[in-house]
Design a protein around this ligand. Structure first.
Ligand SMILES: Cc1ncc(COP(=O)(O)O)c(C=O)c1O
Length: 429
């Protein structure tokens, strides 16, 4: 008879019918993701070093699976658990953490790293100020990559009897690819190619760091962040190449895994698989980090995909280039931009780095019209404007049309045009 935590790791490697790629199914860990490994490893290391003592409190800042993994370990080993999360985190995830008995602290999503209430800074502070508190720090904790060197790598090597030629994984903290990749490189005398799969705008592949739709993979850089170094858990020397994957391709691959292989997995699995299926090699292994159950209302939902513009539809006909201005633009300048653009409204977007274009739909703070500008108010509206996805039908879009005459269009999660109620109605006839 084994204890629950003995079941972490040892996940199966299955052959995919259509591509021959071998997929390591990390959602079969007891807590439902690859992060069970890092969570358990970090806690055991902290117990051993004395950083975490009986009756202590585990603290982490995370929007995802590490929190669940730690909450599971905390419940199984008798610790208190506090998790700091961005307030945009899916309610199902918050409820799952609470179900494990964890305490949840919410902080605004769009804060730069330097802000004291940023998830990571806040978690570190809670741990410091709580007697018996210990901050797991998955981005800087060596026990995170180490567990993959000790377990995930050897499991793949043994399951393929040393035949593995390529290993593909996404990079979040970097723990998975660094530890697994290092083991496979060493075991094969450098023969195994280690390939990172990365959301297209993530800075790991040279992207501008602007928002992307795939949770838990990639490196986002807040526009007001001055310096955002990559985590210590990511060892770049192990990785041969990092391939950029558009969100649309990740989501398509994620949905294909469910429909054509019977694997219900998350978005980052789609990112990794989109790369793995294109690799030519004798034995290609891809790591699928978690289950699609947490994303039924996102990547696996047709409605969500249409509204975010990851599927095309009737509104695709309205896509057009847009002129936008950063928040804080002087009103006279904004008025001139609106007039010379000939647009019905001027999107006001999050200020910061000017090299991000087109802006992410989530960075559109307001749609300023001529009358807003006449009264001298260029600024974020208290209620952000509703975007319409290019995948929506005209009838659905008219039903969801926000207050006012203009809405912005969203394609692949980014600003892709402006549409008036009148134009939609005309198009409908
Ligand atoms: C769903 C999912 N995909 C990918 C990753 C990235 O793994 P790593 O942090 O080991 O790089 C994570 C990590 O949290 C994850 O939860």
């Amino acid at each position: 008879m084994s204890g629950l935590l003995d079941l972490v790791g040892g996940t199966p490697l299955v052959s995919l019918r259509h591509s021959g790629v071998l997929a390591k199914l990390e959602y079969l860990n007891p807590g439902g993701s690859v992060k069970d490994r890092a969570a358990l490893s970090m806690v055991l290391a902290a117990e051993e070093s004395g950083a975490l003592r009986p009756g202590g409190t585990i603290v982490e800042g995370t929007s995802g699976n590490t929190g669940l993994g730690l909450a599971q370990v905390a419940a199984a080993r008798g610790y208190r658990m506090v998790c700091v999360l961005p307030d945009k985190t899916a309610v199902e995830k918050l409820d799952a953490l609470r179900a494990y008995g964890a305490e949840v602290v919410l902080t605004p999503s769009a804060l730069p790293k330097e802000h004291p209430n940023h998830v990571v800074a806040w978690a570190a502070r809670i741990a410091r100020e709580t007697p018996g508190g210990w901050w797991a720090d998955q981005y800087g904790n060596p026990a995170n990559p180490a567990v993959h060197l000790r377990t995930t790598g050897p499991e793949i090597w043994e399951a393929t009897e040393g035949r593995v030629t390529h290993f593909v994984a996404t990079i979040g903290t970097g723990g998975t690819i660094s530890g697994t990749g290092r083991f496979l490189k060493e075991a094969s005398d450098g023969r195994v190619q280690v390939i990172g799969a990365d959301p297209v705008t993530s800075s790991y592949n040279g992207g501008d760091g602007s928002p992307f739709a795939i949770e838990a993979a990639g490196h986002y850089v807040h526009p007001q962040t001055v310096d955002d170094p990559w985590p210590d858990s990511y060892h770049r020397d192990v990785v041969d190449s990092v391939v950029a994957v558009p969100d649309r391709a990740s989501i398509e691959a994620c949905r294909a895994l469910a429909r054509t292989e019977g694997l219900l997995v998350g978005g980052s699995s789609g990112t990794a698989f989109a790369v793995a299926r294109e690799v030519t090699g004798d034995c290609v292994v891809v790591l699928l980090p978690d289950s699609g159950r947490a994303y039924l209302s996102k990547y696996h939902s047709d409605t969500w995909c249409r509204r975010q513009g990851f599927l095309d539809g009737e509104l695709s006909a309205f896509v057009s280039p847009v002129v936008s201005v950063p928040v804080g633009t002087p009103v006279a300048e904004a008025r001139r931009a609106l007039e010379s653009s000939g647009q019905p409204a001027l999107p006001v977007v999050l200020a910061g780095r000017s090299d991000r274009f087109p802006p992410a739909a989530g960075e559109v703070l307001a749609l300023a019209t001529a009358s807003d500008l006449a009264s001298g108010t260029v600024g974020p509206a208290s209620v952000p404007p509703v975007g319409l996805g290019v995948g929506e039908s005209v009838a659905d879009a008219l039903e969801r049309f926000p207050d006012g005459e203009v809405a912005h269009l969203v394609r692949d999660g980014r600003l892709a045009g402006l549409v008036t109620r009148g134009a939609l109605r005309a198009g409908e006839q």
